[in-house]
Design a binder for this molecule. Structure first.
Ligand code: SF4
Length: 386
């Protein structure tokens, strides 16, 4: 039936997990937090040393636009204090583009007639060699979401990576707590699970088929990652799926919930904006470059210890100023198709278009020209106490 939303099932909210807290958060009440901000609210938020969610809402509101330079100056100072004079580089490695989900914004969606590829051990070894040759020591493994690339596959593949990389993160389908714990024993340091949007109705409009249509199961994945003792937990929304300000405030609630419970973990956020892809969609709310800069500075003022990551979806011009904005981590020379580093497998469709196609060397030089040092890993493994 055209236009109908097919929902497989919905997991109930789990006690103590964020899904339970979200049930008490009314979208329109949260939206009002940034709609009703006055200049006085912004000025108050700017001078505080410890900021709460209302301050964050004030700083991302339209009323804060005249204060962006003040926010940027504070953001840069805080970033230097907490992270030093450095920017960390990582490489995303797409292990598979097979996917049993239908997401309206993604080129890997199951109904897209593209060549599907899941790397085997020999292909992975070639990718590792190609990525190491570029100097990377931090790798992010990315897959679509299907049974073919689930625990048995991860258990086979992770041991190939750990000898070569000092930091190993994953962005794959949501798993169970025991599964995260098992992967941690194989060297997993961090897991990123982006909720895309915290508005359930919008979420269901964009996740039409497959396990990803289970909103609560995805929403509670960061709780399960924290319970498994994984060192780093990454959150994100796809800016533009719904109102980007309200979604960002919801993510701030999510972050605070996790920080209270899993205080030994570190946290990161990312800022993907909807980009063109096969079967692409129009954003519901467009975030301009200036608004994205405001949002990033507001996150830094909200949480000085937060790792913030920028991908090659953004333009070279924008990324050249990433360090000043408060970013701590960047991907570089990314290939978003499986086998892309060693084999340059052009026939497998990319997940999204790369905007910054510069070489790692050129990106590193651009970072240095901004007065920053490039680091190839983002923390000392001896600090992994969780
Ligand atoms: S966003 Fe992820 S789950 Fe959705 S179609 Fe793309 S790869 Fe699959």
């Amino acid at each position: 039936m055209s236009g109908a939303i097919r929902v497989l099932h919905q997991s109930p909210a789990v006690e103590g997990h964020f899904s339970q807290q979200l049930e008490a958060l009314n979208w329109h009440e949260v939206e009002a937090k940034h709609l009703n901000v006055t200049e006085a609210d912004v000025r108050r938020a700017l001078v505080k040393s410890k900021r709460d969610i209302n301050d964050f809402a004030a700083l991302i509101s339209p009323a804060a636009k005249p204060f962006i330079n003040d926010m940027l100056a504070q953001s840069e100072q805080l970033t230097r204090q907490r992270f030093g004079n450095t920017v960390s580089l990582f490489a995303p490695l797409y292990l598979s583009n097979t996917c049993a989900n239908e997401c309206t914004y993604c080129g890997f969606s199951m109904s897209n007639a593209i060549k599907r590829l899941t790397l085997d051990e020999a292909q992975v070894e070639r990718e590792i060699k190609a990525i190491k040759a570029k100097g990377f020591d931090h790798i992010l493994l990315v897959t679509g979401e299907t049974k073919k690339v689930s625990m048995p596959y991860f258990e086979r593949m992770l041991p190939l990576f750990k000898p070569a990389f000092s930091q190993l993160s994953m962005e794959v389908q949501p798993l169970e707590r025991e599964e995260y714990a098992q992967l941690k024993t194989l060297g997993l340091d961090g897991v990123l699970v982006y909720q895309e949007t915290y508005r359930r109705t919008t979420y269901l409009e964009h996740h039409l088929r497959g396990n990803k249509s289970d909103f609560n199961h995805r929403l509670d994945a960061p709780d399960r990652i924290g319970q498994a003792g994984v060192h780093k937990i990454g959150l994100g929304v796809l800016l533009g799926l719904d109102d980007w300000r309200t979604d960002s405030i919801m993510m701030a609630y999510h972050l605070r919930h996790l920080q209270k419970r899993y205080w030994r973990s570190r946290f990161s956020v990312a800022f993907p904006r909807i980009r063109p892809c096969a079967g692409g969609i129009e954003p519901k709310s467009v975030i301009s470059d200036l608004e994205l800069i405001q949002l990033i500075a507001a996150w830094r003022l909200f949480d000085a210890d937060l790792e913030m990551s920028i991908s090659t979806r953004e333009s070279p011009e924008f990324r050249n100023h990433a360090a000043r904005m408060g970013f701590t981590t960047m991907s570089a020379e990314s290939k978003t198709q499986p086998g892309g580093y060693a084999d340059d497998a052009k026939e497998a469709l990319e997940q999204f278009e790369i905007s910054d196609e510069r070489s790692v060397k050129d990106i590193a030089n651009a970072i240095r020209s901004q007065g920053r040092e490039v680091v190839w890993k983002d923390w000392d493994p001896s600090l992994n106490l969780a």
